[in-house]
Design a protein around this ligand. Structure first.
Ligand code: BES
Ligand code: ZN
Ligand code: ZN
Length: 501
C-alpha cells in the first residue's frame, strides 16, 4: 500500500455472531425481541391475536408490525413478519424474514434476537435453519469501517440469535452451514467494497495467501516475471497501464483422485476498471471497484467449501489486474497474444474482462476439470437484459447449466440462461487476429460469452455474468446492504454441495 493511504481493511476483524437453536415455544421464552414469521393462510396464535387488531396485519410478504406485549407473553417485544402464502414459501422467504429481524434488533439496540415461524413450514428443517442463519448473518452486515464519528446506535452489534424449531439436530446442522456460507458471502462483500487503491491485484494475491492459511488451501500467486515467462499475454496487456502489477492466483482445495470431481472456478479480478484508454464516463466509473466481484465470489466459495469440508476437488483461478489509462497502457488496435497462443484484436480497452479471463480459462484446462464455472462482472448489456434480478448464464454444456440453474433457485441467487448459437461465435472472429474483443452492441453479453468459450477447449463450461447482481445501489432485499452483494458464493456452494453428493 502507498504511504499515507488510509486502509482500515486489515485490522477490522469483527467478532462473530453466535446463533443457536432452541426447541419449544418462543412466545413462552423470555427475550428482549422475538420475531414471529407468519403465513397469510395460517392464523396467528390466540395470545398474539389478543395483542392487535387482526386487520392491521395480514402477513403479506415483507409486512412487519412491532408489538409491545407488556407481560401478556414472555418476549418484551414481538416483531411480526409476513411471509405471504405458505405454498409460495422457499428458503428465500425465511432468509428475508430473519434479516428483517436482525435489522430491527440493530435499530432497537437489542443484543439478542429470537426468531421462529408460526405453524409448519413446507420446507426441510435443515434447509430452513440454514436460511435463518444466512438471513441473520447477511442482514447484520455493514461496511462502515471507513466512517468516523459513528455513534452508539451505529456501532451497536447484535451478539446472539436463537432459532426456534421443532427438531434440534438437523436445525443445528443447518445453522452451522448457514453461518459458514453467509460469512463466505460477507467476506466476498468486504473484498468488493475495499477501495481500488487498497484492494489492488497484489493485495488480492495477499488475501488469497491469507485465505489459504486460514482454511487450508494450496495457494500460488504468479507475479509479473512469472506471468511474462509463462506467457499470460491477456493479463499483462490489460495490467500494463497501472502502477499496480497484475497477478494470477491459483487456489486449490482437496486433491485430484478417482471418484472426486475436479471443478474449476474462475473469477474476474479487475480491481478497478476505468475503461483504460477507452475511458468510461464518470457515472459509469463510480462503482468500478466492484469489477472484481467474480474473484470475490471465487474467494468466498473457496472459504466455504474448505470450512464445510466438501468431498470435491476445487481449483479457484483469479486473473487480477487494474485497467488504467497511461502512456504505457494497451491501446485500441493492439493485438494481444493470450496464454493459449490465440491472438486477440483489441478494439475497445474497456472490454478487458474477456481478455484477462482468456488466460485463466485456458489455464483451467490443465486440471482436466469436470466443469469450468466462470464468474465475471463482464457486460453492461446484461444489466439491460435482466436488471439486478438474475445473473446471466451462457455455456457449452447443458447439463452443467441445468445444475447451475437448480442451484440458483435453491440458493436464492437465480441465473437465467441465454443461447450460444454458432452465429454468436462467428461474431467475435477478427480479420487481423483470431478473435476481436468487441462485436458491437447487439447481443453484447452473449458475444462476450462466445469470446470466452474460445479458450476452454472441450471442457464443460458455464459463464455467469454478474454485472447486474454483484453490486446494489438501492438495497431491495432485507439482507442486502449498499455495495457489494457477494453474489455467487451461495450459488457456487449449493452447486458444489449437490455435485459432491
Ligand atoms: N466491467 C465492465 C462491465 C460492467 C458494467 C460491470 C457495469 C458492472 C456494471 C466491463 O469491463 C465493460 O466495461 N464492458 C463493456 C464492454 C463493451 C465495451 C463491449 C460494456 O459493457 O460496456
Ligand atoms: Zn471494462
Ligand atoms: Zn470490467
Amino acid at each position: 500500500m502507498i504511504q499515507g493511504e488510509f486502509n482500515p481493511f486489515d485490522n477490522a476483524k469483527e467478532k462473530d455472531m453466535e446463533v443457536k437453536v432452541k426447541t419449544g415455544d418462543m412466545l413462552h421464552e423470555p427475550s428482549d425481541l422475538a420475531m414471529l414469521a407468519n403465513f397469510e393462510d395460517i392464523s396467528l396464535p390466540a395470545e398474539v391475536l389478543d395483542l392487535l387488531e387482526p386487520e392491521d396485519f395480514q402477513s403479506k410478504p415483507g409486512q412487519t408490525l412491532l408489538l409491545y406485549p407488556r407481560g401478556a407473553i414472555a418476549p418484551r417485544r414481538l416483531l411480526l413478519v409476513g411471509l405471504g402464502k405458505r405454498e409460495n414459501a422457499t428458503a428465500e422467504t425465511i432468509r428475508r424474514a430473519s434479516a428483517t429481524a436482525v435489522k430491527e434488533a440493530q435499530k432497537l439496540l437489542v443484543p439478542e434476537v429470537s426468531v421462529g415461524v408460526n405453524g409448519d413450514l413446507a420446507l426441510d428443517p435443515q434447509e430452513a435453519a440454514q436460511a435463518f442463519a444466512e438471513g441473520i448473518e447477511l442482514g447484520a452486515y455493514r461496511f462502515w469501517r471507513y466512517r468516523t464519528g459513528l455513534d452508539e446506535t451505529q456501532t451497536f452489534k447484535v451478539e446472539r440469535a436463537t432459532v426456534f424449531s421443532r427438531t434440534d439436530q438437523s436445525t443445528s446442522k443447518g445453522i452451522a452451514a448457514g453461518q459458514v456460507i453467509a460469512r463466505g458471502v460477507n467476506f466476498a462483500r468486504d473484498l468488493v467494497n475495499g477501495p481500488g487503491y487498497a484492494m489492488h491485484p497484489p493485495a488480492l494475491g495477499d488475501e488469497a495467501i491469507k485465505l489459504g492459511k486460514r482454511v487450508g488451501l494450496k495457494v500460488t500467486v504468479l507475479d509479473m516475471p512469472q506471468l511474462i515467462e509463462q506467457g499470460f499475454g491477456g493479463i499483462l496487456a490489460v495490467g500494463k497501464g497501472s502502477e499496480h502489477e497484475p497477478r494470477f492466483i491459483v487456489m486449490e482445495y482437496g486433491e485430484a483422485k478417482a471418484g472426486t470431481p475436479t471443478i474449476c472456478l474462475v473469477g474476474k479480478g479487475l480491481t478497478f476498471d476505468s475503461g483504460g484508454l477507452s475511458l468510461k464516463p464518470p457515472e459509469a466509473m463510480e462503482t468500478m471497484k466492484s469489477d472484481m466481484g467474480g474473484a470475490a465470489a471465487v474467494f468466498g466459495a473457496m472459504q466455504v467449501v474448505a470450512e464445510l469440508k466438501l468431498p470435491v476437488h476445487v481449483i479457484g483461478l483469479v486473473s487480477a489486474a487494474e485497467n488504467m489509462p497511461s502512456s504505457n497502457a494497451y491501446r485500441p488496435g493492439d493485438i494481444v497474444k493470450s496464454l493459449s497462443g490465440k491472438t486477440i484484436e483489441v478494439l475497445n480497452t474497456d472490454a478487458e474482462g474477456r481478455i484477462i479471463l482468456s488466460d485463466a480459462l485456458f489455464y483451467a484446462q490443465r486440471f482436466h476439470p469436470k466443469a469450468i464455472v466462470e464468474l465475471s462482472t463482464l457486460t453492461g448489456a446484461i444489466i439491460i437484459a435482466l436488471g439486478s434480478h438474475a445473473t446471466g448464464m451462457m455455456g457449452t454444456d447443458q447439463s452443467l447449466m441445468d445444475r447451475l440453474s437448480k442451484a440458483g433457485d435453491a440458493s436464492g441467487e437465480r441465473v437465467w440462461q441465454f443461447p450460444m448459437w454458432d452465429e454468436y461465435h462467428q461474431m467475435v472472429k477478427s480479420e487481423v487476429a483470431d478473435l476481436k474483443n468487441l462485436a458491437g452492441r447487439p447481443a453484447g453479453s452473449i458475444t462476450a460469452g462466445a469470446f470466452l468459450a474460445a479458450f476452454v477447449g472441450d471442457y464443460p463450461f458455464a459463464h455467469l455474468d454478474i454485472a447486474g447482481t454483484a453490486w446494489v445501489d438501492r438495497p431491495a432485499k432485507p439482507y442486502d446492504t449498499l455495495g457489494g452483494t457477494g453474489v455467487g458464493v451461495r450459488l457456487l456452494t449449493e452447486f458444489l454441495r449437490e455435485y459432491s453428493k
